[in-house]
Design a protein around this ligand. Structure first.
Ligand code: FAD
Ligand code: SF4
Length: 528
């Protein structure tokens, strides 16, 4: 049976009913820190006295067809952690259930009869909320983010727009990261304008460390292959870090070899180098294998030691201390809004192009291929290719959100939803972004020329057989939403350009766009 070796090994570490543990702690999948405060023996006594509970549930993959790499990543990292804690002396229970986390934990309690279970709050609301309703579960605040709710309330004491820049500057001051007394290091808060270079092969991207699956991971791969066949993507090719030590190696490589070029090429797209100089650390950070504050400090040290320019280091700190922390809090504050908001009233079902059927648009097809292969693509492909094309077509933002949620290894409700429903699709009406992120083929041609060079369409053409579909769709989008965008300051230029179009040109864009929208509607995804 798949997974047999792990179960045999962990069975020897179950609690001894003759000497029941004094404490019970549940470690959710997003808390695989090498040292968890709830397991600190200097605070809580000998390890033998604290039993640790892990849950493996079939209910999670039943909810969404998560990428096979994500399932392997979650299960393999939990299993490695369970064995490591068992070897350190903790009694360990790994409970397999068909049910959601609240019922699964209830099953554990019925079997082991404890009065109280301690845990730090899982970041994912869909896990946290049902578990929080169990009176014998004591959830403490999640300590694995740099900022907390009290900090958020201090930054935004009143209702109203939430600007990431306001939050980020306050977080820099609060943590002292990249600060020189009360001023930002280098005298400016934001070096984004230096970070917009396309990449044309230089400097070369250093090869990344590889993480060959060990016996425990290979067992999980077999399990996912046989049991969760409906997953997006295949198990093959899995090589994400599954332990804190492996994640640390990936982080070392990033700081030493990629960070120096991270900033300038942060927005670049390339057909053959899917990750360029991005860290690929998001999944490891979300699982608890890497500490975000330490990563920021390491990046800052690289700047002070002259190993990375400020544009890269500030860009990286902005993502982690800024965007990651901001997104978590904005989601917590506006969860109800994010459940169904659809400010641009976009309703088209997501086309099957996002499941791998070729659309002919090289930017889209290449990115989708990357996601199918690894459950990842970098920020600009998510924003300016996948979401941009969906926006231009008028795709339902919640359908798109579901797709991102199951297709990416780093997707959890608190981070994927504000990114997709908020930042990428403007479906929240601009709660924290100052304009919808939409662009024509010109943007892709500038930031990712290798994509357009390999495409059957021409980014310079807007009509005719070789016209890049993004061009007429872009003008159609601006035209369709002109009234709504009239009050958006950063959309005034495109609106002015729209008004300058000759009527017959605008008509042609509308016709071409209608053709593409009809093709996309026919390509609606139907599950097998
Ligand atoms: P890097 O480019 O190396 O950035 C460093 C770190 O900064 C990341 O590891 C991540 O932890 C953090 N970060 C950067 N941008 C963001 C952001 N906008 N929100 C939160 N954290 C950020 N990120 C996720 O972690 N999970 C998601 O499900 C997710 N969905 C997204 C969907 C869309 C439509 C968009 C536009 C962005 C999404 N992001 C998501 C944000 C971002 O694309 C990823 O965090 C990033 O690409 C992860 O790759 P990396 O580790 O190489 O990041
Ligand atoms: Fe994408 Fe248009 Fe460029 Fe083709 S020409 S890759 S469709 S932007």
């Amino acid at each position: 049976m798949a997974g047999e070796g792990f179960w045999r090994r962990i069975a020897g570490h179950r609690p001894d009913p003759r000497r029941p543990p004094k404490r019970w702690v549940w470690l959710p999948y997003d808390q695989q820190q090498p040292s968890h405060p709830l397991l600190d023996p200097t605070v809580h006594g000998p390890r033998e006295e604290t039993a640790v509970v892990f849950v493996e549930t079939a209910a999670k993959p039943a909810r969404r067809p998560y990428h096979a790499h994500k399932l392997v990543l979650l299960l393999a990292s939990q299993r490695h952690q369970a064995l490591a804690l068992a070897q350190a002396g903790h009694p360990v229970v790994v409970h397999f259930s068909e049910h959601w986390y609240d019922r699964a934990l209830t099953e554990v309690r019925e079997r082991w009869r404890f009065d109280r279970l301690d845990a730090s709050s899982p970041a994912e609301a869909e896990v946290r909320l049902p578990v929080a309703s169990l009176p014998w579960v004591h959830l403490q605040p999640n300590p694995f983010f740099i900022t907390d709710r009290a900090f958020w309330r201090r930054v935004f004491p009143k209702p109203g727009p939430r600007l990431m820049e306001t939050f980020y500057r306050a977080a820099r001051r609060h943590t002292g990261l990249l600060m020189d007394g009360g001023k930002p290091v280098g005298g400016v808060w934001n070096l984004d304008h230096e970070n917009r270079k396309p990449w044309r092969g230089e400097p070369p991207v250093p090869p990344r460390p590889r993480f060959e699956p060990d016996a425990i991971t290979r067992e999980v791969m077999d399990l996912v292959r046989t049991r969760y066949r409906g997953s997006f993507g295949a198990v093959d090719g899995f090589e994400w870090p599954v332990t804190a030590a492996e994640a640390q190696r990936a982080a070392d490589h990033f700081v030493d070899h990629l960070l120096p070029h991270f900033g300038p090429f942060e927005d670049a797209l390339h057909a053959d180098e899917p990750a360029l100089f991005h860290s690929l650390l998001s999944a490891s950070i979300h699982l608890g294998h890497l500490d975000p504050r330490t990563l920021c400090q390491r990046a800052e040290a690289a700047y002070h030691e002259g190993r990375a320019p400020l544009s890269s280091v500030e860009g990286f700190v902005r993502q982690l201390l800024g965007w990651r922390e901001f997104m978590r809090q904005v989601y917590e504050e506006h969860r109800d809004l994010y459940a169904d908001t659809n400010a641009l009233q976009a309703t088209l079902p997501l086309p099957d192009w996002y499941w791998g059927r070729p659309s002919g648009m090289n930017c889209l097809d290449t990115t989708v291929r990357q996601v199918i292969e690894r459950g990842h693509s970098h920020h600009i492909t998510r924003l300016m290719v996948l979401s941009n094309i969906a926006n231009l077509l008028g795709v339902d933002p919640h359908g798109l959100n579901e797709w991102f949620w199951f297709a990416y290894v780093d997707a959890y409700d608190w981070v994927v939803t504000p990114n997709v429903v908020g930042m990428a699709t403007f479906a929240d009406g601009g709660l924290f972004v100052t304009k919808p992120y939409v662009a024509s083929g010109k943007y892709i041609a500038r930031m990712g020329p290798s994509l357009c060079n390999g495409c059957r369409f021409d980014p310079k053409q807007a009509a005719g057989e070789r016209a890049c579909p993004l061009n007429p769709l872009y003008w159609d989008f601006i035209d369709r939403h002109a009234e709504r965008l009239a009050t958006v300051r950063r959309m005034q230029l495109p609106l002015k350009a729209l008004r300058a179009l000759a009527p017959e040109v605008l008509d042609s864009h509308r016709r071409e766009a209608a053709t593409w929208k009809a093709i996309a509607a026919k390509a609606r995804y139907r599950s097998a």
